[in-house]
Every structure is written in structure tokens, then in C-alpha cells.
Design a protein around this ligand. Sequence first.
Ligand code: SF4
Length: 362
Amino acid sequence: MKFFIETIGCQMNICDSDALSETLKSAGAIKVSALTDADIAIINTCSVRAQAEQKAYSWLGRAEEFKKENPHVKIAVIGCMAERIAPKIKRRFKSVNLIIGSKKIDNAAAKILQLETAKSQLPVNPGIEAVNFTTPDTVSYLTIMRGCDNYCSYCVVPFVRGREVSFDSEKIINDCKKLAANGAQEIMLLGQNVNSYKYNDVTFAKLLREIVKIKELKRLTFMTSHPKDLSDELIDAMANEPKIRKYIHLPMQSGSDKILNLMNRKYSYAHYKNLIKKLRDKVANINITSDIIVGFPGETEEDFLETLQAVEDIKFNALYIFKYSPRPNTKAAQMKDDVSLQEKKRRHNVILELAKRQNNNA
Ligand code: SF4
């Protein structure tokens, strides 16, 4: 059985797709690099932005066209969109054979193999392994938790990925040992809200301190952190453990307390700024990147100028700027989307220009 997998979205989706591919391969399936060579076409979807969903619809349209000419081909849709709008996908794309949402992604390999077992008698593997063994000489990714409990008012993740669950710390450490023994130089630990990891009495900082003891491992990094969970213990671990990369992606989203409150981010700008100061004071040469959303409902020119001033003051090493758009089921979707698209574009460009100037002067 030959399978092709298309992945849309974040690093966690890439990690899930890699793990799924490894499980399918270990059951005898062959991974191909073109949809047109596949018996099973899989798409791992993302719901965070409307654009990501449009991309999945286009891909599914192409997969259905291919299937018309090749009726033996099976189509599987997995991930966040599959969780959020399975009935809609089924209605719109009648020839899709399998839909598995992100909450049941561990069953994906077994279900996909079952699509073909009658024909190929492939053994059915009960789940997918969390470890990615595919890039041993560069960065290997390891998901250490799933879900999110934060309910930022604009974000669909808690609805599609469910409540936050931290994985067993012993298993994570063993997986890291396996990756390092396999030649991995660097491991990136992944979680939607990675620094809120807690398994029994093992905090995220404790977990990092255990993993860096692995002799063969050269570097350890993690993504994505939430400002409200950035503890002194973690900052100390970053400062004192040479193997932990001096890098953090810490989404600020806005410099206006009013907007941060409407976003339900659970911190103020003063708190955020203080975290940046602590990081820079304690962790030598730290590289800090961030996300900003412009045009959130209720964002006035004054709020925007506060964000602009924050970017001016903090001088991030890199910035990812997004124009707000409402996502279904979220609290923000019930608010009036009162900043015009034109104004969102203007605010986006103003911050982008500032960030570019800062980088040129760095
Ligand atoms: S922390 Fe907020 S933005 Fe990040 S995944 Fe959770 S709800 Fe979404």
C-alpha cells in the first residue's frame, strides 16, 4: 500500500504526520512524494486560520479529481478540521473514506491501515508513536502534551484539540534517549502551551533538566510558550543549562491591557515586559520572537499605538504579525469585528515596517 500525506499547519501537525508515517511504514506501507502515486491520500488539517481551511478544501478537490480516474484510491482527512467540521467535509467531499479528528489522532494509523487490510493483509498497529525518527541528523520533534485550557478568546485550538494533557515524563525521557541514540543532535519539545507541562510533580523546568542529562544530546529547545506560565524556575534552567537553546517564542499579541483582557490572555503588558527583562537579564544572548494580532475587535487607534510602542521598546529578534479574523465557536467571534480589513492591513504594515527597521539596525 502506498500513501501520500499532505500536512497543513503548525509544527505539532508536522510532528503528528511524521509519527503517523513512521507507524504506517513500520506496518509495511510505502510513503510516496506525490498524490498521483498514492493508494491512500491523507491530509492532516489545521483550523487556526480560515486560510488554512481553504487550503485543505482545495487539496481535497484535487484528491477527489484524482480519485475519479483512480477509484481504488482512498482519501483520509485527519486533524483539527476533521475534529471541527467532519459532517461538512463529508457532505462536501462525498468520496472521502475516513475522517479522524485531532482528539482521536492516536487511532489514525490503525484506521488508515484498516482501509486497506482486506486487500493487503497488513498488520494493524494499535496507535501512533509520539517520536519522530525521520530527521536524526537535524532537529527531531517530540510532542510532550496535547490540548489547551486557556481559551484565548480568538482561538479555536481548545475546541479542536481538547483539554490540556501532559504526557508521562518517564516516557518522554525514554523517547528522548531513543532519539539521541538514533543520532538526533537537537530535540524540540512541542506543546500548544508547552511551558504549562506538569506530570505529577514534574514541572516543565524539571523535565528539561532531566532531558539535558542525556549524554549524546547536544541541544534542547521548545515551542510554544505562554507568558502566564513562564516561571522563574524555567528562566533559571534556560540560564544555567548550556544544552538548552537560548531561544524563546513568547507570543505577546497586544501591548494594550484592554485588548489583552478582551483576548483573555491572563497577563498585562507590564507583566509581559517584566518577563522580557528577566529573560534578558538572566539568559545571556537570548533570542526572543513573538506574535502580534492587529485589528482585534475593539482595537482603537490608541490601543494599536500601545502595541506599536511595545514593539518599539522590546525590539524582538523576529515578529509574526497576523490580521485578526473571527474563528467559529470562539468568544471573539461574538464580538463586533469592527476594524475594517483596510485598517487591519495598514496596522499590519506599520508594525512590519518597524520590525524590519529594527532588524536592519540590529
Ligand atoms: S494558549 Fe491561547 S492561543 Fe495558544 S492554543 Fe491555547 S487558546 Fe490558543
